[in-house]
Unconditional design. Structure first.
Lengths: 218, 496, 300
């Protein structure tokens, strides 16, 4: 091979280097040092916490799994516990009067509730991220008559953690970030579907009736 | 510049000819071309920085620059006439340069000069030579096979007692610069065609269940059957999709869905999914009880002074001579009380019924707050805020420049690839028939082509092996170091 | 899923570490050293004559070879980081600054090693490996939530065209980094004729070859970008800041190519244009920090 560079220094590499075995040893040793160094640095930088957010995370209860306890107050002050509703299909709607898509679907939900309620589906509109009085005022104004429950976080700010441990758990286990979110739970307390968008009456009724069909035929 | 005319020895030329000549020279000058590109780059930089805070940082550092920075922010660089003129000048320069360079390049390709001069080879910075004791024919055939094995063409010409040869490869790639530059002109043409003959409507809003006409000289209208959106549990949108029916002259002609990155095309118009918005379903009855308006009013395309941040819409009722402004609650509570003077609750809208013509000051605007589901008389009208709904925001565009754009894209990428990845390589040589045998001397035309030299040396060595000799190879001086010397411009024998 | 994301992160850490040490090794190699040999001879007349000869050598040949080995590791681990993340996300990691910076580390390692192999010079590594290492430091500095895989927003769900557009950009920028390194060495070598650096002609050629790869790629970026823009936004070109910044970069390299091939510019002036070009690349890459516009996703 012609030396085109005429750069003698460049080609002045030693003629006899380490043997093949020695080379493999060096490569292996360097690889080990890098790998262990990397593990140490990455641990220090919080690699252990990775994979908990994003698409790998589960903010909401998974479909097919039992729904965790949900405890809060209804707008009229009564205590609501998801566990106490077992035996009846439940449709939880997470909304807020501040959320425009939630407001746009409100008449559809009201109509669906009027169909499903006589059939035995319990629908609860849990208002989040706002003063419950605003939610109630809005519901009254637009004629939404389904039961409204209060943001557990709103209560957790004032309640006694000793007296209502499940209230504080609810605030942590049910981390709702998308509005509106709908969770359909069957009579056995198993989550059957999670809908992360606005629904029309037709879709909501279909979801509710699917829960009713499951009741009694697991 | 009269001397130029004299110096050219054509004093009889008319001023028009001189003018044309100057313009031609202006556009063919590489110096001017580089200047044009540099100027364009600077304008693009100014236009880009305008979209950032960088000019303001400059003004903060040197307050004296503030007026300059203000006018910089105010200057729409890409919409300015100067920018358009510069683009036009560049387009003309590209066209003129192409016409100017084509014959010479074509000549190199179709009829390369085989004959060279002894002096040229002697003076060459890089060359190789060796003497072969066998016959001339042997040497010629051997060289030909070395060159052809590397995909070179090989030509010879007998000049007196000597045989001159010329070899080249990738000659067609030399043409690559033309499709590339033609593509640039086509891109500009495509842009002009699109803006002159096409249309683009970025805020084409259709509420669910309603139909909107496209306009722009078409008879198309679009009905939104259903808008669906999906989100992740984090509340990040994962899909927007509009199910639509397209009507032509009132007849349904196409059903389909439009999503982000999934446009729907019908006839000249193409529909793209934008976002969505919230509309207010309103029922307006006139004094006679006649229904004047029963539609969904798309909010957000109108700003109301009472709260410029709140979504608002405007309905014109020419038959009554009034317009109805509708303002929904401001979702940003931080705007209270200064920006949000209306302070509406969810489930309310604020309306103002005002005369349509501003020249009619007799009718005072009437305002009211409507509660959802409760009809209210406002002035002569009865208004009912039925509910809130959603509407889809589409873009409608007709771009007749698309075929031009696609042709240009192919030419651009193909031209560049040909130019850079198949470089023209040339070698010249003379085989001198002497007493001690045939002496071959050859040189590559590779002034700034390291790879070309490398290939040349390797072929020279290959020739040495074939003819059982060690060629004398002259390599670049100064270990390939050169002085930064602009006088070396166009030093290559055939570079244009 | 979780483990794949973590394994990708560990691989990235390994790549970062390897490139950091590679950068140091290459620097040791590139700074060079002067070895003075003294020879003492006794002449027949009984006097002693001492003669000195100075050898100019690359700093440490072993360090250079070590640098190459570590750059290979940097590239392989970057590849693993990309691979694990691709499997976890079921798409190439190109959606936020963390992801495409990771791809950039892979691209710059590949492009550098190709040039090192073809030209047989290691001096560029002192600059290119440092740029790669600098990019990994930038990745470390990014908010930790970008390390998570998040679903694509609708505008980015363009499959093949998005992949082609963003990866062309990354490889274009990586090759421009190589030409930047060659330009720097060129300027150093032409200022002081340092013997152990590669010849000016070779450095000039490295820079030019890198641009001839980067420039068509950047053209492809602009074209694919406008095809995609046409599908997503309904318009080919909207004078968006990221678009115009890329156009500016493209024009700077166009000036370089015209002056070099048509006006015969070479040497210092060409090298300086390449420095401006790479500054434009950095400006385009980090443009999201300076301006909003349609490209304002990617987590910054």
């Amino acid at each position: 091979m012609t030396d085109l560079t005429h750069d003698n220094a460049v080609t002045a590499e030693p003629a006899s280097g380490p043997s093949r075995l020695q080379q493999a040893g060096i490569v292996g040793a360097v690889a080990l040092v890098i790998i262990f160094g990397a593990i140490w640095i990455a641990r220090d930088q919080g690699a252990g916490q990775l994979g908990q957010g994003g698409v790998n995370s589960a903010l909401l209860p998974s479909v097919g799994e039992p729904a965790p306890e949900f405890m809060t107050l209804y707008a009229d002050g009564e205590i609501m516990r998801l566990s106490e509703l077992k035996g009846q299909p439940v449709w939880l709607n997470f909304w807020g009067a501040w959320c425009a898509p939630c407001r746009a679907e409100m008449p559809e939900l009201q109509a669906a509730w009027q169909i499903l309620e006589p059939q035995g589906v319990k629908m609860i509109g849990v208002s989040l991220k706002e003063d419950p009085r605003e939610s109630v005022a809005y519901a009254d104004r637009v004629g939404a008559t389904f039961p409204i429950a209060v943001d557990p976080n709103f209560l957790a700010a004032v309640a006694d953690p000793e007296a209502f441990p499940d209230l504080f758990e609810t605030a942590e286990t049910w981390e709702i970030r998308n509005f509106p979110t709908h969770v359909f739970i069957d009579a056995d307390g198993i989550v059957r579907s999670v809908i992360l968008s606005q629904m029309d009456t037709e879709t909501a009724v279909a979801e509710g009736e699917a829960l009713l069909e499951r009741t009694g035929n697991p | 510049m009269a001397q130029v005319t004299v110096a050219n020895g054509t004093p009889s030329r008319s001023p028009v000819e001189i003018m044309i000549d100057r313009i031609w020279r202006f556009f063919t000058s590489v110096r001017v071309a580089v200047l044009e590109i540099t100027l364009l780059a600077l304008m693009v930089l100014l236009g880009t920085l305008r979209g950032s805070d960088a000019p303001q940082w400059m003004a903060n550092a040197a307050p004296a620059l503030q007026p300059l920075v203000d006018s910089w922010y105010a200057w729409d660089v890409f919409g300015s006439p100067i920018f358009a003129i510069l683009l036009a000048v560049i387009a003309v320069a590209i066209a003129v340069c192409t016409v100017n360079r084509l014959p010479a390049i074509w000549g190199t390709i179709s009829a390369p000069r085989i004959r060279t001069s002894k002096g040229y080879i002697e003076r060459a910075e890089v060359k190789a030579s060796f003497t072969h004791a066998g016959t001339l024919d042997e040497l010629r055939q051997g060289m030909e096979s070395i060159f052809t094995s590397r995909r070179y063409r090989f030509f010879t010409e007998q000049v007196g007692n000597d045989l001159h040869f010329y070899a080249d490869k990738n000659r067609w790639a030399k043409l690559g610069t033309f499709p590339f530059h033609l593509a640039l002109i086509l891109l500009l043409v495509g842009g002009i065609v699109a803006s002159v003959y096409g249309f683009r409507d970025t805020n084409f809003a259709v509420a669910e269940g309603e139909t909107q006409s496209v306009g722009h000289g078409t008879d198309l209208s679009v009905e939104l059957v259903r808008f669906t959106d999906d989100y992740t549990q984090e509340g990040i949108a994962s899909n927007y999709e509009s199910e639509v029916v397209i009507y032509d002259n009132g007849q349904p002609v196409e059903e389909g869905s439009i999503s982000v990155n999934g446009p729907l095309n019908h006839g000249v118009a193409t529909f793209y999914q934008g976002g969505f918005g919230i509309s207010v379903d309103l029922l307006i009855d006139g004094a006679s009880g006649r229904t004047l308006y029963d539609e969904s009013l798309e909010m957000g395309f109108f700003n109301f002074r009472g709260n410029p941040d709140a979504p608002a819409g405007l309905i014109r009722l020419p038959s009554e001579g009034v317009q109805v402004a509708v303002v929904a609650p401001d979702t940003d509570r931080a705007n209270r009380p200064d920006l949000d003077t209306l302070q509406l609750q969810s489930g309310q809208v604020w309306v103002q019924v005002a005369p349509l013509s501003t020249s009619d000051p007799d009718i005072e605007p009437v305002t009211a707050v409507l509660d959802q589901g409760t009809p209210l008389e406002v002035g002569d009208l009865t208004l009912l805020f039925e509910r809130e709904s959603r509407f889809t925001v589409l873009q409608v565009a007709y771009n007749p420049g698309i075929p031009i754009f696609f042709i240009a894209s192919v030419l651009l990428v193909g031209g560049l690839a040909a130019t850079f990845y198949f470089p023209l390589r040339r070698v010249r040589g003379i085989i001198h028939h002497g007493a001690g045998g045939n002496t071959l001397t050859m040189t590559p035309l590779a002034k700034r082509d390291w790879g070309g030299k490398k290939e040349f040396f390797s072929m020279a060595e290959r020739a040495g092996e074939r003819f059982h000799t060690t060629p004398t190879i002259k390599r670049p001086d100064h270990e390939g170091n050169w002085h930064d010397d602009a006088s070396q411009e166009s030093d290559d024998e055939e570079t244009r | 899923m979780e483990t794949l994301v973590q394994m990708s992160f560990y691989s990235f850490a390994a790549s970062s570490l390897a490139l950091g040490v590679a950068s140091l090794s290459y620097m040791l190699y590139a700074v060079g050293r002067v070895r003075v040999r003294r020879a003492t001879m006794t002449t027949s007349t009984g006097t002693t004559v001492t003669s000195s000869t100075a050898d100019f050598l690359p700093g440490n040949i072993g360090a250079g070879q070590f640098g190459t080995l570590l750059t290979w590791f940097g590239g392989v681990f970057a590849f693993l980081a990309v691979l694990f993340r691709t499997i976890a996300a079921e798409r190439l990691p190109l959606s936020n600054m963390y992801e495409f910076s990771l791809m950039f580390v892979l691209a710059i390692s590949i492009m550098y090693l190709i040039f090192e192999r073809i030209y047989g010079i290691r001096h560029l590594g002192a600059i290119v490996a440092t740029i790669g290492f600098g990019m990994t430091l930038y990745i470390w500095s990014l908010p930790a939530d970008l390390r998570e895989i998040t679903p694509l927003i609708p505008a980015l769900q363009a499959g093949p065209i998005m992949t082609a557009h963003v990866s062309s950009a990354i490889f274009a920028y990586a090759t421009f980094a190589v030409s930047f390194a060659a330009a720097i060495l060129y300027l150093v070598k032409s200022k002081r004729n340092i013997r152990w650096l590669p010849s000016l002609e070779m450095l000039d050629d490295v820079a030019f070859r890198a641009v001839t790869i980067g420039f068509p790629l950047l053209s492809l970026v602009l074209i694919l970008g406008s095809v995609w823009a046409h599908d997503a936004w309904g318009v080919y070109w909207s004078w968006d800041p990221k678009e115009t910044a890329a156009l500016f970069t493209w024009l700077v390299y166009a000036v370089y190519l015209h002056t070099r091939t048509l006006r015969g510019w070479r040497g210092n002036r060409s090298a300086i244009i390449l420095l401006i070009g790479f500054a434009a690349v950095i400006f385009t890459y980090y443009g999201n920090y300076f301006f909003g516009g349609l490209h304002s996703y990617g987590g910054v």
